[in-house]
Design a protein around this ligand. Sequence first.
Ligand code: SAH
Length: 466
Amino acid sequence: MLLSISTSHQPATDLGFLLVKHPDHVHEVGLPFGSARVFYPEASEARCTAVLMLSIDPVGLVRGRGEAEGSLAQYVNDRPYVASSFLSVAMKRVFSTAMAGTSKGRQDVADMAIPLEAEIPVIRCRGGEAIAREWFEPLGYAVEVERLPMDPRFPQDGDSPYVRLRLSGVLRLRELLTHLYVLLPALDGDKHYFVGQDEIEKLLEKGGAWLSAHPERETIVGRYLRRHRPLVKAALARLLDADEEGVEEQEVRREAAEEAIERPLSLNEKRMDAVVAALRELGARRVVDLGCGEGRLLGLLLKDRQFERLLGIDVSLRSLEYAAERLHLDRLPPMQRERITLAHGALTYRDRRIEGFDVACAIEVIEHMDAPRLPAFERALFGFARPPAVVITTPNSEHNVRFANLPAGKFRHPDHRFEWSRAEFHAWCEAVAQRNGYAVRYAPIGDDDPEVGPPTQMAIFTRDAA
Ligand code: SAH
């Protein structure tokens, strides 16, 4: 069973530092179920590849279990050849420092997103190769999956459940290893060692933030903890606790609170009108509403035939349900119904579904994200999806002193992670525009107070002509 990891980051041999395995040597590590070797088939300044080779001892696996009679399947199975949970266990043993994201000699490189490739020559992919794409693409990888024939000598026998998987992306080594650690056993779907409470701990420890925001997280966790429903529920509850959806229960109440604070201005209506006007002016036909919430903007856009194709994305399932109800999706005539789609997704991961739109909107959304996640949002939207235009609105914190019923120093919404002044918002927008080849202009929403500015600020990004 093999896993190879390559980089073209220069000098590529830094990979040896990150993995704490010198490229000139072969490293051997004993494991409870066999042994692992790490070696480098190539190690130059330009490109370096480390291979983790795992030899599994099927007899050793069975021995000591106290079973009087072993079935043949215990001895004869695909485990020695196919990447699975054993590979994850080995990775953790052999690459623990790199998985923790630490490096003695090269901490700067460990902290850096670098070009990385991973190849697993044989992995069982339950549910077809599409699953591998659905799981790895939202994490920002280019994915190649090649289905392997059952027996190369007898191609007419049809396809096997085995695939060759190649991933490439620009990310930290730690992230790559963590993604593989969690997703490979789940892809395989067959666990050959004990699944219990400690498995959940492991999943959460290694899965953490990216998993809780992953559009396929239910399936992934479900596969990981196969046939253990209560464990799946417990794991999901803990994951969700840690992220946006944890606040979902109170979301509706909080929305109401925010509206009450802003009501004197009926700011929400002004905001929606301003966004619709901006979209018309941009000549948008296809609009994706990122963090669409309960679908207020989509409802307005649906009324205007100029908008031919609408997609709403949100991480909160509950909000999407509200949106579907509000928009009467089940009762729309077919022609209308075809114009609009609602989808579950996280904005901090690359998502192919948001590609191909004229304009992407994120209305009152960025302030709901933890500031350290904004670069991931920027990368997914401005780096990968790259729509010709982007409209972003966010509160102007300077204006908060004008809200009589908002205590000083408080945010307008308990889930806001930050609220920016005009200068702060502009600084972020300028940097995003510059890094990604966009121009940006701003427009006030609501009364533009001479002293503290408008309650809401809007930025309109347009992509520079190529
Ligand atoms: N745009 C809507 C809703 C704003 S509230 C409106 O103006 O009415 C913010 C919304 O962003 C919430 O529905 C929340 O679930 C969603 N959201 C926050 N962080 C997100 C993320 N990382 N990915 C996807 N949606 C997110």
